[in-house]
Design a binder for this molecule. Structure first.
Ligand code: CA
Ligand code: CA
Length: 631
């Protein structure tokens, strides 16, 4: 009779395994393949200590384990062990014989499960189901390494320091921008036909003809197909200085196109709005050929607001508070447009000035949509020429030896003192806070494209919060940090792999994988049956499980989880996961995930609970045997 019960138990177990997608039919794990594997390579011996040490160094999925049994171990032996652990087999692998992907009992820590599995003599090893990520996205643009040190510093350019950069390859694993995000470059125009920019120039879809002399989209500008020239009052915002083209390339030169450089955004829509031109010294003052007026600038801001720009780059400035300029940027704030402004370059002995004492406008206006940007060099030091200001300058970004696009004829004399004029046609190294600001504008656009649910205030706060604080910047600017695109982009990734598992008639356990890097915690939402989701709890940062109790018996509950931070902002939701509580009256268990057989953590009671759950099946089986015997 004992043997009879055992056979029934094994049968039921294998049924449960099959229902989980297992293809188990053999009585024991095959050994021929294992022999081949042994003869091929002598793998280093895996121990509990080595597995636990490795687990500390990698990210892995919660609630799962990879368990490899020794060759020749009976399937039923393995099944009993899983039963005792309250775990269930989800998959086997032809490529790695005797390996099983196991779903752990809800709430069981992966490391505890490793220790317990590896204590069993039938187990060769048990290890976490590690997460793997695409390799850092290094683009194939010709001059990416080592010239674009600002985006990825390998320490091989101009005596620079590896890692003194804004972490673009890591950020590009997640976000590369979008043509739908429009960044206005209010500057000296843009080389519209530059081969590394041409596909990322904004196109006014409403202006159906560019040459019919008609304002087709009725926006007040005739034939404005690619922006506007406010300096000359025409539809051609072609760059005659080189400055605006350099700025545009930093924000959005076409990335990974095998040519030239990569912009912070590989894909974007650069809206060229020209207001600076060669008015000459009569207008601009002694020794100055190029300048622009606030009236033309304000007209450009208004155009950007009215035609879909989310971000404005303003790599210009000077003294002289202008109420008009303030009001226009304030209007852009109301319209949800960010305004990224260069903090300015020093005038006295070319050393940087303190903007707290000597204001530079527009960077210095106290408006919530402005980010004032200082410049750092290839060693993460404040550029000597860069203005600073503990209260008025917010972040820093690279602004020395910045390689970007310029017109094929090079930059005008008026800008050449800031550039090297020593690189190939169409590209040049230039310096200035004018070059720092567009790194921030590009990051703002990247965040706009990736976090569609963010408000501009949330984008700005994310950029400011996730800087790398540097000793060379602390005390000099408000955040004391240089922007870090990777930290900003990954700050609120949604939780992954949410699973729900019923523990009893009144409790369900949730587990998920923490993907965010800067969260304050997680918000948990639940709905019963076909009801609406309601938030039921907030749990702390880095939490990966939650026990929901006080539930009704025999009821299906669905859950979703999202991260939140102090920006304040919420991530997108995780997947939804559902579980059904068991029938009331006892502490019967229920494998809510659809695969787990037992629900309890302790071996003996898990076995007992399993038998309770299987009792009805068992009774039916015995009855049928008895009936057959009678016949
Ligand atoms: Ca028009
Ligand atoms: Ca390119």
């Amino acid at each position: 009779m004992k043997k009879f019960i055992y056979i029934i138990f094994a049968l039921i177990t294998s049924l449960a395994l099959v229902s989980c997608g297992s293809n188990s039919t053999t009585a024991s794990f095959s050994s021929p393949n294992a022999k081949v594997a042994v003869s091929q390579a002598a793998a280093p011996k895996v121990t509990v200590q080595s597995v636990l040490a490795a687990a500390d160094k990698g990210k892995y999925r919660e609630g799962e384990l990879l368990v490899k049994f020794k060759s020749g171990v009976a399937v039923k032996t393995a099944a009993s062990l899983h039963q005792a652990m309250g775990a269930a087999v989800e998959r086997r692998f032809a490529a790695v014989p005797n390996l099983e992907r196991v779903k752990l009992a809800a709430g069981m820590p992966v490391k505890d499960a490793i220790v317990r599995y590896m204590q069993d003599p039938s187990v060769e090893y048990a290890e976490p189901n590690y997460l793997r990520y695409p390799k850092d996205s290094v683009p194939n643009d010709l001059y990416f390494n080592p010239q674009q040190w600002a985006l990825s510093n390998i320490g091989a350019f101009a005596g620079g320091t590896a890692g003194a950069d804004i972490k673009m390859p890591q950020a590009w694993d997640f976000a590369r921008g979008s043509r739908g995000v429009v960044v206005a470059v209010i500057d000296s125009g843009v080389d519209l036909n530059h081969p590394d920019l041409v596909n990322n120039i904004w196109k006014n879809g409403g202006e159906t003809s560019c040459v019919d002399g008609i304002d087709n989209d009725n926006n007040g500008f005739i034939d404005d197909c690619v922006g506007w020239n406010f300096a000359d009052g025409n539809n051609d915002p072609t760059d005659n200085l080189g400055h605006g083209t350099h700025v545009a390339g930093i924000i959005g030169a076409m990335g990974n196109n095998g040519m030239g450089i990569a912009g912070v955004m590989w894909n974007t829509s650069i809206m060229p709005l020209k207001f600076i031109t060669d008015f000459g010294p009569d207008v601009c003052g002694p020794g100055a050929d190029f300048c622009g007026s606030v009236a033309d600038e304000v007209a450009a801001i208004q155009y950007a607001m009215n035609n879909g720009a989310k971000v404005i780059n303003a790599s210009f400035g000077a003294g002289g508070y202008s109420q008009t300029e303030f009001d226009a940027i304030n209007a852009a704030n109301s319209a949800g447009v960010l305004f990224i402004a260069a903090a300015g370059n020093g005038t006295l002995d070319s050393l940087g000035d303190n903007n707290d004492l000597t204001p530079v406008y527009p960077a210095n206006y106290n408006l919530p949509n402005i980010i004032s940007v200082a410049a750092t060099d290839q060693n993460d030091r404040r550029a000597t020429f860069s203005n600073f200001g503990p209260n008025t300058v917010h972040v820093a970004a690279p602004g020395v030896y910045i390689l970007s696009t310029v017109p094929s004829t090079g930059v005008s004399m008026s800008f050449s003192s800031m550039c090297t004029d020593s690189f190939v046609a169409g590209y040049d190294f230039c310096a200035g806070t004018s070059m720092a600001a567009p790194h921030v504008a590009g990051l703002a656009g990247l965040l706009e494209s990736y976090y569609g649910q963010f408000t501009p205030a949330q984008v700005r706060a994310t950029i400011l919060r996730y800087v790398d604080v540097l000793p060379t910047l602390q005390g000099w600017i408000q955040t004391g940090g240089r922007i870090n695109a990777y930290r900003a982009v990954t700050s609120l990734l949604p939780p992954d792999g949410l699973s729900a598992s019923a523990q009893s008639s009144g409790a369900i356990k949730l587990s998920w994988t923490d993907m965010a890097t800067g969260e304050s915690g997680y918000k948990i939402e639940r709905k019963a049956g076909s009801g609406d989701f309601v938030q039921i709890a907030e749990v702390a940062a880095n939490t990966t499980s939650y026990s929901d109790s006080g539930l009704s018996a025999s009821t299906t509950y669905t859950y979703r989880v999202r991260a939140f931070n102090t920006i304040p902002a919420d991530s997108l939701y995780s997947n939804e996961a559902a579980a059904t509580t068991s029938a009331g009256g006892s502490d019967g268990t229920n494998g809510g995930g659809g695969c787990s057989v037992g629900g309890r953590l302790n071996g003996p009671s898990a076995f007992g609970d399993t038998m309770v759950m299987l009792a009805p099946l068992f009774a039916v089986f015995v009855m049928s045997r008895l009936r057959r015997r009678k016949k």
